[in-house]
Ligand binder design. Structure first.
Ligand code: BG6
Length: 500
């Protein structure tokens, strides 16, 4: 049977033949410069951009078409260090334009409307790389300027609210002007190759699925460790914290892909339905469980990669005392037949030892021990999906150490490195932007998913309010507070800190 993966990295089958205009609100801002422009240029370099179409940045800044081209050139070649190919750059830079606009002022959309009016039937993408409190007013102004056509898609970035109520308000606001099928809620983790591969691994191979349940899986660990601090984003981050910033979205999305039932197809609705069921079955951590199943930490000064770094409260834009968490560890579970009794341990933090995101599926130990203690400890099999850096899939197995002496077992890895096997790994934003143009929503979050994830998160936030959890300090450059170790060690398990 032919398994056509919408997330396939290679095949040229998905080349875009229809012209498309992409309008980026906040177009000269950080996300646009760091991620969007390099991703679109990369797509051009690989011949994946639509045959015709423009990339129009809009914002309040006083730029011109020419100065925006210079900004893009700097971001793409100097900062992102992408390969400069003159022919590609000529083609790409000819697409670029800039229109000044105040997102909150409906009259100022005239320049944009004039520009877009030359191609009214094209695919039109509005990418809102702005603060979420502008989403509603932008949608309203696009509608009142008659810029929303049947071919229009709207892309919104997180944070989609700071709790369930605010997220519902944003979604309701967008829903007044856009059909759900036109809204693309980005979680860039879903565009990462190793994350897309998770579905292929589970559903295009026959060997894992029979084992993928409470009978053979002991527990699952999901770690997203960062070495960066929050310098430069303190004002945003101090209102958010690691739970809202990473767990509510990226990590719960990873968890849903690990835990979902096989969807009936790869169509967006089918995949979203299954992910939603997982979110609805997540064990809600409430009341006194808060202290038992959650740990909050905050980094102090320390050293990362041999360099001294300040603590959270000493970051240069820090505003004094704060008990906001920069680290969180959680034990949860999924209350359904497949996963009943299988713990899911999640942890994420800033200023940890190394940058590493991975999902580890630890299998149960063999039921009967044939080997003497001297042969070594019987380590469990672990399937490790390394999301970044150095994307890979590893299967840890016990093997006999070669040699004529006493029998000894050694845990060794079957290791599939993506870079060695497939070469260049495209950035998540490239895949996601192209999927928006292609009209594929599978890798984007539905309204129901986002809201269900908030429902679960809100319970933890409320629990922290009702049963205040001390914020545990940890030195920058470590693996987080000691109580995060205790969280898992209480269950006779440990974090996989051998993350290489
Ligand atoms: C963002 C968070 O969504 O993801 C950041 O707001 C975090 O705080 C970032 O650093 C991590 O993304 P990546 O792709 O670098 O793992």
């Amino acid at each position: 049977m032919n398994v056509a993966m919408p997330g396939a990295a290679g095949g040229k089958s998905a080349l875009i033949s229809e012209p498309a205009d992409i309008v980026v609100f906040g177009g000269s801002g950080d996300l646009s410069k760091r991620k969007l422009l390099p991703a679109l240029y990369s797509a051009e370099l690989e011949g994946r951009m639509p045959p015709e179409g423009r990339i129009i940045a809009v914002s309040r800044a006083k730029q011109t078409d020419e100065s925006f081209v210079a900004i893009a050139e700097q971001s793409i070649f100097t900062d992102a260090k992408l390969k400069r190919d003159e022919e590609t750059w000529a083609r790409f830079s000819a697409r670029l334009g800039y229109t000044p606009l105040d997102a909150t002022d409906g009259f100022s959309y005239k320049g944009l409307a004039d520009r877009l009016s030359s191609a009214p039937d094209r695919i039109r993408v509005f990418y809102l790389a702005t603060a979420p409190d502008l989403f509603g007013v932008i949608a309203d102004n696009l509608a009142s300027n008659k810029l929303i056509t049947p071919q229009t898609r709207l892309v919104v970035e997180k944070p989609l609210g700071h709790d369930l109520a605010s997220s519902q308000a944003i979604n309701a606001e967008l829903g007044k002007f856009f059909d759900e099928s036109q809204i693309y809620r980005i979680d860039h983790y879903l565009g990462k190759e190793a994350v897309q591969n998770l579905m292929a691994l589970r559903f295009a191979n026959s060997m894992f699925e029979p084992l993928w349940n409470r009978n053979f899986i002991d527990h699952v660990q999901i770690t997203v460790a960062e070495t960066v601090g929050v310098g430069g984003r303190w004002a945003y981050y101090d209102k958010s914290g690691a739970l809202r910033d990473m767990i509510q979205n990226h990590m719960l999305q990873l968890l849903t892909l690990v835990a979902m039932e096989p969807p009936i197809s790869l169509a967006a609705q089918a995949v979203r339905d299954e992910k939603l069921k997982v979110l609805k079955s997540l064990h809600h951590i409430k009341g006194t469980e808060i202290g038992q199943y959650t740990v909050r930490g905050q980094y102090r000064s320390g050293a990362v990669d041999g360099q001294p770094v300040p603590g959270y409260l000493e970051e240069k834009d820090a505003k004094g005392a704060s008990d906001n968490e920069t680290f969180v560890a959680i034990k949860t579970g999924i209350d359904n037949w497949r996963w009943s009794g299988v713990p899911f341990y999640l942890r994420t933090g800033k200023r940890l030892t190394e940058r590493c995101s991975e999902i580890a599926i630890e299998f149960t130990r063999p039921p009967h021990l044939l080997y003497a203690r001297e042969a070594g400890s019987i380590e469990p099999n672990v399937l490790v999906i390394r999301v970044q850096p150095n994307e890979s899939v590893k299967l840890l197995l016990l093997n006999k150490e070669p040699g004529p002496g006493d029998l000894r077992l050694k845990q060794t890895a079957l290791n599939l490195s993506f870079a060695d096997t497939f070469g260049h790994i495209p950035d998540a934003y490239e895949r996601l932007l192209l999927d928006v143009i292609r009209g594929r929503q599978t890798l984007f979050m539905s309204r129901a998913e986002v809201e269900e994830a908030w429902r679960w998160t809100d319970n933890i936030i409320n629990g922290w309010r009702e049963y205040p959890q001390p914020i545990r300090p940890y030195p920058a450059g470590g693996w987080g507070p000691a109580s995060a170790l205790a969280l898992i060690e209480r269950d006779g398990r440990s974090w996989r800190d051998d993350l290489n």
